[in-house]
Design a protein. Sequence first.
Length: 191
Amino acid sequence: MPLSLNENYFYLSQNHQPSQEERPLRTFSAPGPCRLKEHICNIEYLEEKTSLNGAMMTDTIKPSLAYTIICDDVRQEAGGKISLMGLFENIYATSFPVLHPRLALMSEWSEGRGEFSVTTKLLSPDRKTVLRETSSKISLRDTVNKHRDISVHLNVELKAPGTYWIEHYLDNEMISSLPLQVIHVKEQSFH
């Protein structure tokens, strides 16, 4: 299972709908200054499909991207439930450049069968500069299974207001491009 951890982000690749017997659990704790709580990941393995003569079947079906949610944090709770905190569509800042402390993305892939490479990129307004990128391999054993990719990016520097882009690639083919507005606002007084 792809799982990487560094000072900029942690990445959790998660497949869903295994039976109780198929739910091996792996836990990890994030070391260092990011101070993340312990997260648990359910892992689902791709079963080999064989035909009547024992040869491997190659009936791969590309999955579709069902949705992407942008929020402050994603947590997996006891019992496998996922909690999303601070959903948003825009980022507001009073000055630039600004450091956005935490940006989480959760994307769900469904209606596919096989193994695929998934890449998610956060691009600056010029659509050329990659601010963050995560990659993983996903496995869907049948079209009823779903796969959720969760990435949490820490300390994302946004140099100027504008439209930033979240792009999703499946086997190096762009599947979607989602705008993220970064808006300059005047300082507001709070009372």
